[in-house]
Design a protein around this ligand. Structure first.
Ligand SMILES: Cc1cc2nc3c(=O)[nH]c(=O)nc-3n(C[C@H](O)[C@H](O)[C@H](O)COP(=O)(O)OP(=O)(O)OC[C@H]3O[C@@H](n4cnc5c(N)ncnc54)[C@H](O)[C@@H]3O)c2cc1C
Length: 498
């Protein structure tokens, strides 16, 4: 491991490994416990592949009762636990720890109930995001949030990261599309938050859990909202001579009161990489490309297409195509959805950043990013959820070249600082994980962070769930309870900071 520090391994747990493995086998018999180095290797990292670590042991439960028994056992024996869905997190959220049980939720792969009358489905957390849409599309329904990783990522992971996708501008993120969860606490107790109904009494703990990155409990069931597929969906592919013109176009579309189903933007490097990957006819002589999708009744779509086209021409668009068939519309999206793997061809390694800015700051941020690219001597290809102001700069580097990973991480940190400086936030949809953990104080003051930690303590008093992620400092909950921040200075300055 390089760079970021993780909590020190608990030597007492490491020393008891054989006994712990045997105890876990008693809870999950058969092939549900993987303890060999070879068997655990596939779990050593998530999609933040610069960081790898073998876990203490991998456990693959298949029932809620097994999850509850594992967590109760770990709580009683002070053993850390890292929940994992499909392991596609880009922020290191499911990175194992040497002394922690890696709790893989892949066997929770069933759709339990499809309820069109209540417009929802109840699914297990290991079901893939796309698997939900596949299960209902023959009846004209779908699940709206669509991360580019949707073929692989699990709905449990989407809940963990509050994931988004190209259609979240109009339809919202995971938090707007999940109605309820079943959650197993670290004590082994099982709670249900929300359900098929729209609102519940009491504190809105469902919102606290969505986006909590495996730090508060293990999700064993998810109730998702289903939407009726729109009658029509059509997309425009619009090329611009500068990124500023494209940014201006996005601001004017939204400013005019139009909320497209999605507005995505790619810069020259990303366009070239995507086109080489999928060959769908992206223009190669433009600096920025927008994909704007409109959906709804046919007449509304046709009207809005005309409005968007007029705005785009006014913003100096140099190429403009409107999809004439479903096949062509999907072709427009194919390049964007494959942009990350496509950029992988430009360079041996890349870091995918994820910050959000107010839309109007896009030109400024792009020009500052170009300066940073020169400063660090590293190329950056840009893919944005432009409508949401959510940036995904892909920093290209070669891990085999001395110092390039460090430079890429420093470059990425500067981009995220820039996002906060212009009034944005550290993450749009990929979560904090280990990747942005040490940047949290750029965005939150000590009081903010202490209050968030108190929420963590209310769920996980011993700090056993996914430690080392999200929060830049370690505090025992008892100490946190006595903690008073005075003059912006935290007490216990000698506590381990990792
Ligand atoms: C090529 C590529 C494209 C991507 N595109 C997008 C995109 O467009 N939008 C987007 O938002 N993300 C995107 N991602 C990031 C990633 O796919 C999402 O964050 C996804 O939600 C992770 O799901 P997962 O099942 O892989 O979860 P994991 O990586 O396994 O885990 C993610 C987090 O959730 C926690 N977790 C997982 N399951 C549970 C559970 N059952 N209970 C409690 N906690 C749990 C983990 O502890 C971890 O903190 C992309 C990733 C890749 C590799």
């Amino acid at each position: 491991m390089t760079g970021l520090r993780l909590p020190e391994a608990d030597e007492r747990v490491l020393a008891r490994r054989e006994e712990i493995v045997a105890d876990l086998r008693a809870i999950v018999p058969g092939e549900g416990v993987i303890a060999t180095e070879r068997g655990m290797r596939p779990y050593e990292s998530d999609a933040l592949t610069a960081y790898r670590q073998l876990p203490l042991v991998v456990v693959l439960p298949s029932t809620t009762e097994q999850v509850a028994a594992i967590l109760k056992y770990c709580h009683a024996n002070e053993i850390r636990v890292v929940p994992r869905g499909s392991g596609t997190s880009l922020s290191g959220g499911s990175l194992p720890l040497q002394d922690a049980v890696l709790l893989g939720m892949g066997k929770f792969n069933r759709i339990l109930d499809v309820d069109y009358a209540n417009r929802c489905a109840v699914v297990q957390p290991g079901v893939t995001n796309l698997g939900i849409t596949r299960a209902v599309e023959q009846d004209g329904f779908y699940y709206a949030p669509d991360p580019s990783s949707q073929i692989a990522c699990s709905i449990g992971g989407n809940v963990g990261e509050n994931s988004g996708g190209v259609h979240c501008l109009k339809y919202g993120l995971t938090t707007n599309n999940v109605l309820g969860v079943e959650l197993v606490l670290i004590t082994g107790e099982i709670v249900r938050l929300g359900g098929k109904h729209l609102d519940a009494g009491g504190l809105d703990l469902l919102s606290v859990v969505i986006g909590s990155e495996g730090l508060l409990g293990v999700v064993t069931e998810v109730t998702v909202r289903l939407l009726k597929k729109p009658d029509t969906a059509r997309a425009l592919l619009v090329g611009f001579p500068t990124s500023e013109d494209a940014g201006d176009c996005v601001a004017r579309i939204i400013g005019q009161g139009i909320i497209p189903a999605g507005i995505e933007m790619m810069d020259r490097d990303a366009i070239a990489a995507a086109e080489a990957f999928v060959n769908v006819g992206y223009p190669l002589d433009v600096e920025a490309l927008l994909i704007v999708e409109l959906d709804g009744p046919e007449a509304e779509c046709a009207h809005l297409l005309g409005e968007v086209e007029a705005i785009a021409r006014d913003c100096r668009a140099v190429t403009l195509r409107v999809s004439q068939s479903e096949e062509e519309r999907l072709g427009f999206w194919a390049g964007r959805k494959a942009a990350f793997p496509a950029v992988g061809r430009l360079s041996p390694d890349y870091l995918c950043m994820d910050g959000t800015i107010p839309r109007k700051e896009l030109p400024l941020v792009l020009s500052r990013m170009r300066e940073l690219s020169q400063k660090y001597g590293l190329r950056v290809a840009n893919v944005f959820h432009a409508g949401d102001g959510n940036l995904h700069p892909l920093i290209l580097y070669d891990a085999n070249k001395e110092g390039e990973l460090d430079a890429a991480e420093a470059f990425g940190a500067d981009i995220l600082r820039l996002c906060v400086e212009v009034g944005g936030v550290l993450t749009g949809e990929h979560g904090v994980g280990i990747e942005k953990r040490d940047l949290m104080p750029e965005m939150f003051n000590e009081v903010d962070l202490a209050q968030q930690l108190r929420v963590k303590c209310a769920f996980d008093d011993k700090g056993l769930l996914n430690p080392g992620k999200v929060f830049p400092t370690l505090h025992r909950c008892a100490e946190l309870g006595r903690m008073h921040v005075s003059g912006g200075v935290l007490p216990f300055p000698d506590l381990p900071r990792f």
